[in-house]
Design a protein around this ligand. Structure first.
Ligand code: GLC
Ligand code: GLC
Length: 816
């Protein structure tokens, strides 16, 4: 069952009924000011940091699930039948005659009609601005004039979202607002230490307003039934304490056929410390800089202009890589939605979604490094800055803070370090940056360790320390020690948590000298191979040899201690017993080492790779994807940690943890099995699951972190959409390994491993300032490639970098 459809031409998902299984959301904003918005306008906005600078409130885990948002009410003032409704369905949930929500690239438009009154609201954040626009168009389709009242409503958050949801004995007394010329200013804590405030403005002359929630709603009422809207009259309340809000009220009389545009602005503004207050009224906000801004954005032409700029911005970004394959789900996810989702994960890491409250985690080290892997060609300049920020949170011993705060960029001490895979991902990310951009200067760029001045070292040195960190931490079999956890945050082999409420990863200080990770072994080999390539390119011959020795040595260890007979083992626990082995009662096979070891090339020469991947197919793959492990743990194993705390089939305990699936896709391409690789790609591709939306439940246009596994109560049910490394990894798997167009240090490689029955495909890709137009034709059934570049056959698989000044390169690849 579907709740909408893709409008590929406009790069929009069109939702045709408001009661989707879960709120289906979109993101507003590109750089500093952001919002999340559902298909019925639920959600909130913030400046830079969803915890520390939250503009509006949102209530997670409420009933209904999607409570608080950017609300608009219409009231028909006809005295014989006064009634009101929300043209975006929430919060009144009045049945509408028509409803349509279009989530597009950085904007959301909701249209509806009720009793001949059509309303369309477009929400977006203009590029480079710290404000959002709600552009409302009303049309009277009745044969008679309509006498309407229009209300807006938002609830302000007292900036620190954590404190706001916690410290009520203080919060109920600190709310402050100002209202001037119809603009509502939220200025809690402005008198003392804050230099910022929020403003909520409207293009119409007001009949009234409210800024105190209870005055607007009335006692014991909710957003679905505000008293001010019911009676058609606001109170002009000025909030002091309690719950400051913003509501505008205006009267709108529309003649038959009349169309009217009304603009609302919600924004964030900072004043210089020395000019905070109005020179004539020392307790009022100085509005010198904000007033012209408000005036400007309340003009319809300016709003139109900003919207077209936003559209062109996205067209330009998305045209950097465009594919045309025989498969529709692939085309739309690659060309639009997965690229878009990568921008979202780049901006938010794991902080703000409908499953991430914005107050928990900062930027994850391994999350952000992996999110970059597919993102490089979109905005390489921002990727470069991110890499330097990440490197600066590395510790002198090569380890890394597991998370850092986006505003301060400092490592988070509560979580600390010792997640032993973390530093290795930096090598992969820097290598991907080099391959994409050819900007070798980043290796000489300096970044400190732990953000301490005086410790600066080159990025190349940072990468070397990353590798050294593993070498300094090898266990009894010669495999890397796992530390608090490796990629799987929930495999906590050194923690032994038996007390409710303890964080599984940090409950004990124990680092452990025995528990080892086969997964990190694979990752270490892969990172060494990347580093070897980097060192070779800049002619550090000694380092080339070191890397080669390191990976050869680890490969031997993984082949011996990491092999279980039919697949790679997952780990060794604190007692030296294998995890992910036939010897185990439960959790006999895990997905991660099969993907990582084969990606690193282990087992390609001795049949183990093929065997391991066949085991994945046999034991882990099912119709909804590849589960993380099998059989799932039914009871709690103290020595394994958080993983067995989840019920079977959920999260790390045997769901389809989507992030890992592309590793298997890539691994399958390594052994030339295009049909298998693509089959796995299709199973979790959100668009190809659109027709089972009632089972999948999450958005059909964004990847979710997990899909409930075969042992779950409801297999196939997705959760935790949007903020997951799945986006970047799937993008890499499909574009670089299945379609096979991948950046290398020396040029663009063309090595498709596609399904046997595909006749071919086309791709255009910007690479280092040149547009490559690549056509792939299948003439035989295999994966052997021959290349013509601009009409001339070339040797090998890599299209060399063209002469300076070349704008376009045409490549014809024949597959046989
Ligand atoms: C979450 C975390 C990620 C981790 C994964 C598996 O997605 O953000 O860092 O690797 O879970 O536990
Ligand atoms: C990852 C896991 C989650 C776990 C968390 C701990 O995000 O997916 O299950 O609770 O890490 O930090």
């Amino acid at each position: 069952m579907q709740f909408g459809y893709f409008d590929d031409e406009h790069r929009e998902y069109v939702i045709t009924q408001p009661d989707t299984p879960l709120p289906w959301i979109n993101y507003l904003g590109s750089e500093n000011y952001f919002g999340i918005i559902s298909n019925t306008t639920g959600g909130y906005s913030f400046y830079k940091d969803a915890r520390l600078r939250r503009l509006t409130r949102y209530r997670y885990n409420d009933a209904p699930l999607d409570t608080n948002g950017r609300y608009i009410y219409l009231r028909d003032n006809d005295p014989s039948n006064p009634h009101f409704w929300s043209p975006t369905w929430q919060p009144t949930r009045t049945k509408l005659d028509t409803y349509e929500c279009r989530h597009g690239m950085g904007y959301t438009t909701i249209r509806s009609e009720l009793g001949g009154i059509a309303a369309q609201t477009r929400y977006f954040v203009p590029l480079g601005e710290n404000l959002e626009i709600w552009e409302l168009t009303l049309e009277n389709k009745r044969a008679v004039a309509a006498d309407l009242s229009l209300f807006s409503a938002i609830e302000f958050c007292l900036w620190d979202a954590y404190d706001d949801a916690n410290n009520f004995q203080r919060n109920y007394s600190i709310g402050e607002v100002e209202v001037e010329d119809g603009v509502i200013y939220h200025k809690s804590e402005y008198r003392e230490r804050r230099d910022h405030f929020a403003f909520f403005a409207c293009s119409e002359k007001l009949t009234g307003f409210d800024t105190q929630r209870e005055d607007f709603l009335g006692p014991y009422r909710g957003w679905d039934n505000p008293r001010a809207v019911e009676i058609g009259k606001t109170n002009n309340s000025i909030a002091l304490g309690w719950q400051p809000m913003g509501a505008h009220h205006m009267k709108v009389v529309l003649q038959p056929g009349e169309i009217k545009k009304i603009i609302f602005l919600l924004g964030y503004q900072e004043n210089p410390k020395t000019e905070k207050f109005d020179p004539f009224h020392p307790l009022l906000i100085n509005k010198k800089t904000v007033k012209p801004l408000i005036e400007r954005f309340l003009q319809a032409e300016v709003v139109d202009q900003c919207f077209s700029e936003l559209r062109s911005y996205w067209v330009d970004l998305l045209e950097r890589l465009n594919v045309s394959t025989p498969d529709q789900d692939t085309n739309r996810m690659v060309n639009t939605w997965t690229a878009y989702q990568m921008m979202v994960t780049f901006n938010f890491s794991r902080s703000a979604s409908y499953f991430e409250s914005g107050i928990g985690r900062g930027m994850g080290f391994r999350d952000s490094t992996q999110d970059l892997l597919g993102f490089m060609h979109l905005v390489p300049e921002r990727a470069r800055v991110r890499l330097l920020d990440l490197a600066a949170t590395q510790l002198p011993n090569g380890g890394a803070y597991h998370q850092y705060q986006p505003m301060t960029k400092m490592g988070n001490n509560d979580v600390g370090s010792n997640f032993n895979d973390d530093p290795l991902w930096l090598v992969l990310a820097v290598s991907a940056y080099l391959k994409e951009t050819g900007d070798w200067s980043i290796l000489d760029e300096k970044a400190p360790f732990d953000n301490k001045i005086g410790t600066e070292a080159s990025i190349y040195t940072h990468l070397q320390r990353s590798l050294q960190y593993t070498i300094d931490r090898l266990g009894p079999h010669g495999l890397p020690l796992i530390g608090r956890a490796d990629w799987n945050d929930c495999l906590n082999l050194n923690i032994f948590s038996d007390t409710p409420g303890q964080p599984f990863q940090t409950a004990s200080a124990q680092e452990g000298k025995i528990a080892e990770s086969v997964f990190i072994g694979g990752l270490f080999i892969l990172a060494n191979e990347e580093m070897e390539g980097i060192a070779a390119y800049i002619q550090k011959d000694d380092d080339v040899i070191t890397c080669r020795n390191n990976s050869m040595k680890m490969e031997k260890v993984v082949n011996a201690a990491g092999w279980d007979g039919d697949w790679f083992r997952r780990a060794y626990d604190h007692f030296g017993q294998p995890v992910g082995s036939r010897e185990c009662n439960e959790g006999q096979i895990f997905v991660e080492p099969q993907g990582m070891c084969v990606m690193a090339g282990v087992g390609l020469d001795n049949g183990k790779a093929e065997k391991a991947l066949d085991s994945v197919n046999e034991h882990l793959a099912f119709e909804h994807g590849i589960v993380l492990l099998n059989p799932a743990y039914k009871k709690y194993y103290l020595h394994l940690g958080e993983i067995s705390s989840y019920p079977p089939g959920y999260k790390e305990n045997g769901s389809v943890f989507c992030h890992t699936n592309p590793w298997i896709m890539i691994a399958e391409t390594k052994i030339g099995r295009g049909d298998r690789a693509f089959g796995y790609y299709k199973r979790i591709n959100p668009s190809s699951r659109e027709s089972i939306s009632e089972i999948h439940r999450c958005e059909p246009y964004a990847y979710a972190q997990m899909i409930a596994g075969k042992e779950a109560l409801k297999p196939g049910e997705a959760k935790n959409s949007w903020l997951t490394g799945t986006a970047a990894w799937n993008y890499v798997a499909i574009t670089q390994w299945i379609l096979g167009i991948r950046p290398t240090f020396d040029g663009l490689q063309v090595s498709p491993v596609i399904p046997e029955d595909w006749k071919g495909f086309e791709i255009t890709r910007n690479f280092r300032g040149v547009k490559y137009i690549i056509k792939v034709e299948r003439i035989g059934k295999g994966n052997d490639v021959s290349l013509d570049v601009d009409g001339t056959p070339i040797q090998g698989l890599v299209v060399p970098i063209p002469a300076a000044g070349t704008n376009e390169v045409h490549v014809l690849a024949r597959l046989r």
